[in-house]
Ligand binder design. Structure first.
Ligand SMILES: Nc1ncnc2c1ncn2[C@@H]1O[C@H](COP(=O)(O)OP(=O)(O)O)[C@@H](O)[C@H]1O
Ligand SMILES: [Mg+2]
Length: 259
């Protein structure tokens, strides 16, 4: 059996300023071409988990492996240089994209860090994510939220990733734009076989995208399994509560317009 793209074993994260662990004992794995959805209420540790996966949060216990290679103590820069193909897209491209940089440089920066050639790459990636090629000379603030998220996705793709961590990538967008970005992510996955760690508080979106689902509660995964099982027949009392409130909450957005 080949190693999974990403495997976490009993990973914990402790922030110095916080008494309890923000993430505690998380074990999960993602294979190529598959999407693991992470759900849970605000503050339960989803973003901290995403950052831990990317080497951006202090892992205090446990281990992370990428295609069998131990990356637990590798910095993001070191990972890029070592060709570890993992990138993240954050919820808010407004704050994740340096406003002073032109789109072309934002997209190719990961290549620069990795010491790889970047000629022509920005054009190809802009095309792949549906950005007009004349966008490359502009700065992020000149674009709408959806276009900015396309820039963030193009930047993530520059490092030739096999795994994308998507932390609420559409939560800040209008519903129609959400659907476009989700469809783009689905198309990219179909074409390239990416593995996705997809974080969302929107059950309808998770239902549409995820093969497997893990439910987080107070830093721990309380339940994980096939998406249909976890979403339709949750076993843990907290997951049941989460699904109930999702059903009684706002109307399912975007999904009807997904293809
Ligand atoms: N950099 C940090 N330093 C200290 N505490 C943090 C930091 N980032 C997040 N936290 C705390 O860790 C917990 C989990 O936060 P977070 O991972 O952002 O949750 P979620 O993404 O599920 O909303 C929260 O209690 C939050 O206040
Ligand atoms: Mg978050």
């Amino acid at each position: 059996m080949t190693a999974p793209l990403l495997a976490l074993d009993q990973v914990s994260v402790r922030y110095a300023s916080r008494r309890s662990a923000a993430v505690e004992g998380v074990t999960l794995s993602i294979d190529a071409g598959r999407t693991l959805g992470i759900v849970g209420e605000s503050g339960c540790g989803k973003s901290t988990l995403a950052k831990a996966v990317m080497g951006l949060a202090p892992v205090s216990a446990g281990s992370l492996h990428y295609l069998g290679q131990d990356i637990t103590r590798m910095t993001p820069r070191r990972r890029l240089q070592a060709g570890i193909g993992m990138q993240i897209v954050f919820q808010d491209p407004q704050s994740s994209l340096d406003p002073r940089m032109r789109v072309r440089d934002l997209i190719t920066e990961p290549l620069l860090i990795a010491g790889r050639p970047s000629a022509g790459v920005a054009e190809t990636l802009a095309d792949q994510v549906g950005l007009p090629s004349d966008a490359l000379g502009s700065r992020p603030h000149e674009f709408s939220g959806g276009q900015r998220q396309r820039i963030a996705i193009a930047r993530a793709l520059a490092a030739s990733p096999q795994l994308l961590v998507l932390d609420e990538p559409t939560s800040a967008l209008d519903l129609s734009v959400q659907a476009q970005i989700l469809n783009l992510l689905l198309d990219l996955q179909r074409e390239h076989g990416f593995g996705y760690l997809f974080i969302s508080h929107d059950m309808a979106v998770v239902r549409h995208l995820a093969d497997d689902v893990a439910v987080m509660y107070r830093g721990q995964i309380v339940e994980q399994g096939a998406a249909s099982e976890v979403l339709d027949a949750p076993r843990h009392v907290y997951s049941q509560e989460l699904m109930r409130s999702a059903m009684s909450g706002q109307a399912a957005p975007a999904v009807e317009s997904l293809t």
